[in-house]
Design a protein around this ligand. Structure first.
Ligand code: PGA
Length: 232
C-alpha cells in the first residue's frame, strides 16, 4: 500500500474536482489517495479519495484576515492539510518553526498534516541537502499526533527533473532515521517533485519511499489515475 497525494496548487474548478472524484470512484486500488485542493473546493472525499487543504493558519480564530483555521478545514470534511510546501516557504516566509505551529494546529483539529521539507538549489550546491532535510524534519514536526512527511527537493518541483534514485534513497533514509530518533518510526514518507506516471513506479520502489506527492500530474484524471494504478 502506497500513499498517492495530489497537490492542485492554485488550479482547478469545482467541476474538474467533481469529475476527478467520479473517475477515482470507479478505480480499484489498495493505495491511499489524497487530493489537496484550494480552500474554496474543500469537501468530503469518498471510499477511494480523501480531500486535503494546502495550508492552514497557526491560530484558532481571530483577527487574521485571509487565513483559514484547521477547524474550518475539518468542518468541510477534509482530512489532511499540506504544511511547509516549498512555495509557502518561498512566498509566505514559512520557517520550520511556523510550519511546526501550522502542523500542531492541524493535529489539534483532527487533521493529518503533510509536512514538506527539502533543499533549495543553492543549499544542494553548497552540499547542505542532508543537513537541511534532517533539520526540516526535526524542527517542523510537532511532538505528538499523526503526520506524513514529504521530502520535496525544491529545485526539482515543477522542473521536469528528479534527483537520482540514490539521492532519493539517501534523503529518505535520513528522514527515516530522524523520525526513529524522534520515536516516530511508522510515519509515512512521501517523495515529491516532478513525479509522473512514468517515473512513479521506480521512485516508489526505492526503500523508505511510502508514496508520492504529485503536483502537475495530479490535475487530470488521465495523468493522475495511472500513477495510482501503477503501484500496489
Ligand atoms: P510537481 O509539484 O509534481 O509539479 O513537481 C510537486 C509539488 O509541488 O508538490
Amino acid at each position: 500500500m502506497k500513499i498517492i497525494a495530489g497537490n492542485w496548487k492554485m488550479n482547478g474548478t469545482p467541476d474538474a474536482l467533481a469529475n476527478m472524484i467520479d473517475r477515482l470512484e470507479n478505480i480499484t486500488t489498495d493505495n491511499m489517495v489524497i487530493l489537496c485542493v484550494p480552500f474554496t473546493m474543500l469537501r468530503n472525499g469518498n471510499a477511494v479519495v480523501q480531500i486535503g487543504a494546502q495550508d492552514v493558519s497557526r491560530h484558532t480564530s481571530g483577527a487574521y484576515t485571509g487565513e483559514v483555521s484547521a477547524a474550518m478545514i475539518a468542518d468541510t470534511g477534509a482530512k489532511y492539510v499540506i504544511v511547509g510546501h516549498s512555495e509557502c516557504r518561498q512566498y509566505h516566509g514559512d520557517t520550520n518553526e511556523i510550519v511546526r505551529a501550522r502542523a500542531a494546529a492541524a493535529i489539534a483539529a483532527g487533521l493529518v498534516p503533510i509536512i514538506c521539507v527539502g533543499e533549495t538549489a543553492a543549499e544542494r550546491d553548497a552540499g547542505k541537502t542532508l543537513e537541511i532535510v534532517a533539520r526540516g524534519v526535526r524542527e517542523s514536526t510537532p511532538d505528538a499526533g499523526d503526520v506524513i512527511i514529504a521530502y520535496e527537493p525544491r529545485w526539482a518541483i515543477g522542473a521536469g527533473i528528479t534527483p537520482t534514485d540514490d539521492d532519493i534513497a539517501n534523503a529518505h533514509k535520513l528522514v527515516r532515521d530522524t523520525l526513529i530518533e524522534m520515536g516516530r518510526e511508522n510515519t509515512p514518507i512521501l517523495y515529491g517533485a516532478s513525479v509522473n506516471a512514468k517515473n512513479a513506479p521506480q521512485i516508489m520502489a526505492i526503500p523508505n519511499v511510502d508514496g508520492v506527492l504529485v503536483g502537475g500530474a495530479s490535475l487530470k484524471p488521465d495523468d493522475f489515475i495511472p500513477i495510482i494504478l501503477g503501484v500496489n
